[in-house]
Structures are given as C-alpha cells and as structure tokens.
Design a protein around this ligand. Structure first.
Ligand code: ADP
Length: 444
C-alpha cells in the first residue's frame, strides 16, 4: 500500500502500487463520520417500533424533563446544547430508562442520536457510590471506544464520582489492581481478556450492556463470537442494548442471537434521489481532454464549491497536481490518509478554505457538504467487471429528497465509456444531457 500524498509544492513521491481501488473500511468510515459530524441528522421517516409486548403502552417523550433524570444528568445534557430528544431518542429513551429495564435493538443511520441515548441510559443507571464496573459498552475499535468515552465524560460532567475506563489494547493494568470505575468501554478482545483471564471485571455485576456499531462489529473477524461469549456471562436482569447504523440480514441475525426479548426501533434512512440534480456529460478523447473540459466548465459558470471524483488514486493525484499548477486551490482526499487527516481536510473544505475537493471512492460516502453545488465524475464509477457502479453514482451526486438543494453534476466521458453512461441513465430513468464544453449557456 502506498503512502504517497502530494507535497506542499504539489509534487509527488510516486510509488507505483497506488492504483488499487480504495477498500471501504467500515470502522474508519464510522469514525470519520463522528469526527466531522456537527449536528443531528434529520429524517423525514417515522420511527418504527416493534414492542416485545405489543399490549404494553408505548411511551414517547418530547422533552428531557419527562424522563425524570437525575438533576446532574439533565444539567449535563443541557450543557451539551441538547434542547429536546432526537427522533429516535423520543421513542428509545423511555424504553431504555423503564423499570424493570427492557432490552433494545435500535437501528438508524449515523448521526441520529444513538450514542447520546445509550450514554444517557448508562449514566442514569450507574450508582456513583458503588466502586465497581456496572456498565459495559463494546465498540469495534479503540478510536470508536474513545469517542464514546468522550460523550460519557461530557454528558456526565456533573455526575461526580462516575468514571470511565477503557478496556483497549495497550491500556495496561498492573496485576492485582482492582477496577473501581463504573463504566467500562472497550473492544471485545480486550474486554474478554479482562473478564475471563485477568478477572478484572465481574460480569455478574453489570447492569447495562451496550453493543455499539453492530454492523461494524460483525464485519471484524472474531468480534461476534467474543461479544456473544461476554454476553452469555451477564446476569439475566442485565439490560442489553444493541445499536447499528445499517441492518442487513447478517446484522439482524447477530442482534437476535445476542439480545434476548428485545424491543426493536428502526428509523429508515433518507433515500437519495437524482430528481433535483441536473446531469450532464461531456465527450472527451483522453485524460488531458477531460481536464480541459473541466477547466472550461470551471471558467464558464460561477461555482461555489465542487467535489471531483476519480476512480483511482493515481488519477486523483494527477488531477490534483494539474489543478494546483494552474493555480486552483484544491485539496485531495484519499484512502491512504489517516481518518484524522481526512476529517481535517473535510473540515477545511467545509470552512471554504478550498474550493475544490478531489477524491476517490472511499471518501464518497458520508461526506455531506451542504454548500457543494457541483459534483464532477472525472471518471465514471465502475465495478470490478467494468460495469457501472450505480450505487456509487447515486452516492456521489444524489441528494436527499427533502433536505437537498438543487445540484449540478458533470460526467467526463471517453467515447468508449458512453455505453456505461447510457446504462446509468436507463437505470435511474433520468436524463443526462450532452454538453458542449465550449458553450456553457446551456446550463444557465
Ligand atoms: P449516532 O450515535 O446515531 O451516530 P450521536 O449520538 O453521535 O448519533 O449524535 C449525533 C450528533 O448529534 C452528535 O454531535 C450529538 O452530540 C448530537 N446530538 C445527539 N442527540 C442530540 C439531541 N437530542 N439534540 C441535539 N443534538 C444531539
């Protein structure tokens, strides 16, 4: 794997193995999402609820006061700037805080308030005077565990004497140490080790068990089995909660194995649509020609900010250098960067420090840059068998129907790729107009 990034002056330390398609790393994407998230993600769908006991009344809350939380916890919530429960929290919190405790499986896309909900549940069930682990939260990676821990620390700011401990590799506990912290957040392997081998945690005293990011968890070898081994050792009255951003069958099967008698809450994801996107294509001979067309478009219309997608890292780098040499302010986002580096590039772009963001597939998902008016497919997204990758096309240029503004999309097409474009057009039953790059009047 190459670690090449453009130098400040735009030159590259090229290595030749850098042309592979970026592999999607679920945990990295999830972390990136958290790092760049600034507010709740909205959804126009209704929350679907499946109660374990359908005859019991269904409560929902519109305010945090209704939950009768400890004073110090309510203070922490308001200090975080939360005014009212999110859509999913309205339904989930009453179930999570009920007496006797109820188990819950909840699915909603990232950014809808799941973490805040289970952190609230853990903090409300913890007894600060008891100095042993009472809440256990499993996360897929060290970094994700830390992110959740930060939320516990912020929300629990006024809950004096409640403390968090991280069961993650590298956090060495001297032999004979007694763990007195009430909330443990960790990865399955290390938690298993702490519970069974080192006997630092007495699982029979755990009251709340949270399995976060279940979809990422089952994607990691061994984590499902380890999580199940941990869950099996919990007392039957322990509250068990599972969260996931997506819900394929595999996640569902895992969730049902690990959470007994659950209530289920789902919030469907906002669908992406191409309806309010005007799509164009420009026929080109080669890469240089594509670049020229891009420059013409750029010179021809007023552009706020643009995202340009390339299929390979090599193309993305080439384009970055070309544009830099022509005096454009561009930044390059690609899979070889660390998640922190990616987050900072996206943040700079959001702040308007660069006008153009060039990127490869890996970063296409989850970037939600509202002010972007133009998306350019410098290369069409294709899969391994050189067929159009419809889903990626939709993710690159689609907007959510209700919240999305109008947008413009340009596809730079070599003549031999035209059939692919036509397939895309048919697939989405939408109109992609040919554009003469010398004549931009067409667009206005
Ligand atoms: P998820 O776990 O589903 O990804 P989070 O709990 O991390 O969602 O919430 C997403 C963002 O929204 C975070 O920045 C969080 O601080 C914020 N948030 C969560 N709940 C609320 C709320 N009730 N009101 C305002 N902001 C909230």
């Amino acid at each position: 794997r190459s670690t090449t990034v453009p130098n400040i002056d735009g030159s590259l330390n090229t290595e030749e193995d850098d042309d592979e398609d970026d592999v999607v790393d679920l945990a990295a994407n999830s972390l990136l999402n958290k790092l760049i998230r600034q507010s709740l993600v909205e959804s126009s769908h209704r929350v679907e609820v499946l109660q374990k006991d359908p005859s019991s009344p269904l409560y929902s809350v519109k305010t945090f006061e209704e939950l009768r939380l400890k004073e110090e916890l309510l203070k922490g919530i308001y200090a975080m700037g939360f005014n009212r429960p999110s859509k999913i929290q309205e339904m989930a919190l009453p179930m999570m805080l009920a007496h006797p405790p109820q188990n819950l499986i909840a699915q909603s896309q990232s950014g809808t308030g799941k973490t805040a909900a289970f952190v609230l549940a853990m903090l409300s069930r913890v007894n600060a005077l008891e100095l042993f682990p009472q809440c256990l939260c499993l996360a897929p990676t060290y970094e994700l565990a830390l992110q959740t821990g930060r939320v516990v620390e912020r929300m629990g700011k006024f809950c004096v004497d409640v403390e968090v401990m991280y069961a993650i590799r590298g956090n060495r506990i001297p032999r004979g140490t007694e763990v007195t912290k009430q909330i443990i957040i960790g990865t399955p392997g290390t938690v298993l080790d702490w519970c069974f081998k080192r006997k630092l945690i007495d699982l029979t005293k755990i009251r709340v068990f949270v399995l976060d990011e279940a979809d990422v968890m089952i994607d990691t070898q061994g984590f499902s089995d380890q999580s199940i081994r941990i869950q099996r050792a919990l007392p039957s009255e322990c509250q068990m909660l599972l969260f996931s951003a997506t819900f394929e069958d595999s996640v569902w099967q895992f969730a049902e194995r690990i959470i007994p008698d659950p209530n289920v809450i789902k919030l469907r994801k906002e669908e992406l649509t191409l309806n309010n996107i005007r799509q164009y294509y420009v026929l080109c001979e080669n890469r240089k020609d594509k670049y020229q067309a891009l420059c013409n478009i750029y010179g021809g219309i007023t552009i706020g900010q643009a995202i340009i997608f390339c299929q390979t890292r090599r193309n993305a780098k080439w384009l970055t250098v070309e544009m830099m040499q022509d005096g454009h302010q561009v930044s390059l986002l690609s899979g070889e960067l660390t998640v922190e580096q990616r987050a900072s590039i996206i943040q700079r772009f959001r702040d308007g420090k660069e006008k153009v963001l060039i990127t490869t597939n890996v970063c296409a998902r989850g970037i939600d840059v509202k002010q972007v008016t133009i998306v350019v497919n410098f290369d069409l997204p294709v899969n391994q068998s050189e067929e159009p990758d419809y889903e990626t096309y939709l993710h690159r240029i689609g907007r959510t129907g209700r919240f999305g503004k109008k947008g413009l999309a340009f596809n730079m097409i070599e003549v031999d790729k035209l059939p692919l474009l036509m397939k895309i057009q048919d697939h989405f039953n939408s109109n992609i107009k040919q554009l003469d790059p010398e004549d931009m009047d067409e667009i206005e």
